[in-house]
Design a protein around this ligand. Structure first.
Ligand code: SF4
Length: 209
């Protein structure tokens, strides 16, 4: 707040973290100074909570599918959860890892064993890094929230690169089936014969046999 005027940030589309401020070279972030009420932290928090609730209702209407049904698991109860003392190591071998962001051709795909994993699997399955990501190139996505059919992108990745194998790790819930379908369609459309497998993770973090 400067002389009764609030400095407002207008953001249209920022690819970064606002590191360029106060002078965004692309015009994605601009400042505007105008009269405004004093910043009210409590009111802002309330408004944010109301917005989140409204978005949740919109995305997951009452009685929504099994993919959005609430569940709680005993395994992480604070008192009982055993402390994991081993220091975990990240097995992510490249960046970016989002399917939407990776290029369709890249040196890291050369001779790669490809892991195509649904976003939620990394949180549901504790040992994803060691059991599935180690030694692989991992790309991830959410077929529900990304709102895109990955088939075309995955086809291009498999077709344009020397991919040795494909592992698809998805959640048990139906909304995750889109990832498996896209990967299988891509394998077929690529015209290549590549060994592949699907692993399904339960909501409480186990592998379905
Ligand atoms: S589609 Fe898969 S990754 Fe996306 S919200 Fe559902 S379970 Fe999670």
């Amino acid at each position: 707040m400067v002389d009764g005027k609030a400095r407002l940030v207008r953001e249209s589309f920022c690819d970064g973290f606002g590191d360029c401020l106060p002078n965004c070279p692309t015009g994605a972030i601009t400042f505007e100074e105008r009269e405004a009420p004093e910043y009210d932290h409590e009111a802002v928090q309330k408004a944010q909570e109301a917005r989140t609730m409204s978005e949740m209702k919109h995305e997951h209407p009452a009685g929504g599918g099994p993919g959005s049904r609430m569940m709680q698991f005993k395994q992480n109860e604070t008192e009982n959860a055993p402390l994991n003392t081993g220091k975990p190591v990240s097995r992510l071998a490249q960046w970016p890892c989002q399917i939407k962001l990776v290029p369709t051709q890249a040196p890291f795909f050369d001779g790669a064993k490809l892991l195509i994993a649904a976003d939620c699997t990394a949180y549901a399955y504790a040992n994803l890094h060691e059991e599935f990501m180690r030694g692989k190139i991992t790309i991830i996505g959410c077929p529900k929230l990304d709102d895109v059919d990955y088939t075309e992108k995955l086809t291009a990745i498999i077709r344009n690169n020397d991919i040795r194998s494909v592992t698809i790790v998805r959640m048990e819930v139906p909304c995750c089936g889109g990832l498996q379908r896209a990967a299988q369609n891509a394998l077929q459309a690529s015209g290549k014969f590549i060994p592949w497998q699907v692993v399904t993770i339960s909501r409480d973090g186990h592998i379905f046999d």
